[in-house]
Ligand binder design. Structure first.
Ligand code: HXC
Length: 267
């Protein structure tokens, strides 16, 4: 749907490095950036998630050369050396990196009193430290090409969200990285922004984390009266990655239909 809203080829000539780019929200963002002309490196732990996504993009490209090429790279965002290697592999293949999308995330439901130290640490390692690892490893490329970073966080930490202490803490940290890096790296022409998605249907997060009986109550509490769609996040990502957002730096764009603002009614 995004490709019907934006002019063709708005990201032609760009190269995006996208963690979590095989599935879910960030899988949609990766496809949208490719459809807008960017070459995309899809990065996550599991090649079996990445290869079908990369193949779908490359098959579409076979009939439409305006679509960017996709490359699947297995790397764990928790491992700085693996990310450095993935960055190098992307540069070898596509010549540069000027867009980084941090979408890799871990999540499960757990009450705080049952959460182990390792469980808390694992999510912080993936979401927060993983985001730092990728930003840090990509810095030289981003600086050289006056690139940009897009961090995917959440709205969980705007309120107190039960069963999500670990994720809320990690995503709050991600928003802090967005703002701090925007200030520190703006001088290099690097823009750093974020998207905070609300409840998005047809995602692993919604299927696994929102129990069926809660779903309808949640939907009714969204002022726009519907769940978000992956295409809603794709459109926000395309906007932030495009020249239309060239003076936007340090923003976290909430894409939730107004859900978190009315969260008090829900509990
Ligand atoms: C309690 C759990 C747990 C669970 C893992 N842990 N799953 N604790 N309940 N369901 C604990 C383990 O017990 C262990 O601690 C520690 O976390 C590490 O677990 P491992 O399985 O060894 O780690 P790993 O293989 O690295 O996998 C961890 C994980 C995975 C990535 C977090 O469990 C997971 O949830 N994968 C799903 C990824 C996903 O769906 N991503 C999309 C997120 S959507 P101990 O103490 O036992 O050693 C999203 C959107 C947010 O983020 C908005 C939602 C509405």
């Amino acid at each position: 749907m995004s490709k019907e809203i934006f002019v063709d080829g708005i990201l032609k000539g760009h190269v995006a490095f996208i963690t979590g780019g095989g599935t879910g929200i960030t899988g949609g963002v990766a496809r949208a950036l490719a459809e807008a002309g960017a070459s995309v490196a899809l990065v996550s732990r599991k090649l079996e998630h990445l290869e079908p996504a990369a193949r779908a993009i490359n098959d579409a490209r076979a009939t439409n050369q305006n679509i960017g090429e996709a490359l699947a790279i297995a790397a764990d965002v928790r491992n700085f050396e693996e990310i450095e290697e993935a960055i190098l592999a992307t540069v070898v293949r596509f010549g540069k990196i000027d867009i980084v999308v941090n979408g890799a995330a871990g999540n499960f439901l757990s009450p705080a009193e049952a959460l182990s130290a390792n469980g808390f640490g694992t999510v912080v390692d993936i979401d927060l430290k993983g985001t730092f690892n990728v930003c840090r490893a990509a810095f030289a490329e981003l600086k050289e090409h006056r690139g940009q970073i897009l961090n995917i966080s959440a709205t969980l930490h705007y309120v107190g969200t039960p069963m999500q202490l670990h994720v809320s803490a990690a995503k709050a940290g991600v928003d802090a990285l967005t703002r701090n890096l925007a200030v520190e790296w703006g001088r290099y022409g690097i823009r750093v922004n974020g998207i905070a998605p609300g409840p998005i249907e047809d995602t692993e997060g919604m299927k696994r984390l929102v129990p069926e009986p809660v779903k309808e109550k949640l939907r009714k509490n969204i002022p726009l009266g519907r769940f978000g769609r992956i295409s809603d996040i794709e459109s926000a990502a395309l906007f932030l990655c495009s020249e239309a957002a060239s003076f936007i730096n340090g923003a976290v764009l909430v894409v939730d239909g107004g859900q978190w603002l009315s969260a008090a009614k829900f509990v």
